[in-house]
Design a protein around this ligand. Structure first.
Ligand code: FES
Length: 100
């Protein structure tokens, strides 16, 4: 289990970038009072999804406005067609932890 950030770093409806320093950069989301994480890099291009906006459970990429489901990583809007990796995260004592 690895600490990603403080719970307060990710307000409801927001996305926060976490650089783990080992090549992994994650986007951490809070949506409908639950936390989620995906790879931060869009599968369509060199965009940080943490710079995007959450809309109806989807993260909308800031570059070409493609989107992904934040729960499953499945593409939900063109031009995105390749899923992004999702991670299991949990909130424990005010911290958001990476479980797997
Ligand atoms: Fe994300 Fe193109 S880089 S939609």
């Amino acid at each position: 289990m690895e600490r990603l950030c403080a719970s307060s770093d990710v307000p409801e409806g927001e996305v926060f970038q976490v650089d783990l320093g080992d090549g992994r950069v994650l986007a951490v989301y809070r949506f409908e009072d639950a936390v989620f994480a995906t790879d931060d890099l869009c599968s369509h291009g060199d965009a940080s999804l943490a710079d995007g906006e959450i809309e109806d459970g989807k993260i909308v990429c800031p570059y070409h406005l493609g989107s992904f489901c934040i729960k499953t990583g499945e593409p939900t809007g063109a031009p995105c067609s390749v899923p992004i990796k999702t991670y299991q995260v949990e909130e424990i004592d005010g911290e958001i932890m990476l479980i797997a």
